[in-house]
Design a protein around this ligand. Structure first.
Ligand code: ZN
Length: 139
């Protein structure tokens, strides 16, 4: 992870690559290796074509993407927009406005507001780690 983005420009460029997005979340969410978000099994295999993992245990929702169970799940916005937004929020000590996200990332201001709201909610009472994991803790 030596190439971790240091500037917004780098972040946008870095996260334009889906592999980088997946790895970025993966190492934060599953530092000890990928586990199934449904049953917790570590016996998962990566399906390159689908860009998803598949759990070896037989249960519904065996296949999962890196978005499953995170604040990004169910959002039509791609990780190429979400992750630079997270980067902005975590790196701008003076705070970032939805207008800045709108302008810098080229999403609508409505989307920017929504993203900012979700990111802040996830970061409010926990470490940034929560961003990439425990969606189920919020109502
Ligand atoms: Zn499983």
């Amino acid at each position: 992870m030596a190439s971790e983005p240091k500037t917004l420009q780098q972040a946008i460029q870095y996260f334009s690559d889906p592999d980088n997005c997946r790895t970025y979340i993966m190492v934060r969410r599953w530092p000890d290796g990928v586990v199934c978000p449904t049953c917790g099994s570590a016996k998962v295999s990566f399906l390159v074509k689908q860009q998803r993992w598949q759990c070896s245990v037989k249960h519904p929702k065996r296949q999962f993407s890196v978005k499953v169970g995170t604040i990004f799940e169910g959002s039509p916005l791609g990780l190429d927009k979400w992750l630079p937004a997270v980067w902005l929020v975590t790196n701008c000590k003076n705070g970032v406005s939805s207008y800045e996200i709108h302008r810098d990332l080229g999403v609508t201001q409505k989307s920017a507001w929504f993203m900012l709201h979700r990111i802040r909610l996830a970061m409010r009472d926990s470490s940034p780690k929560k961003l990439f994991g425990c969606r189920s803790e919020s109502p």
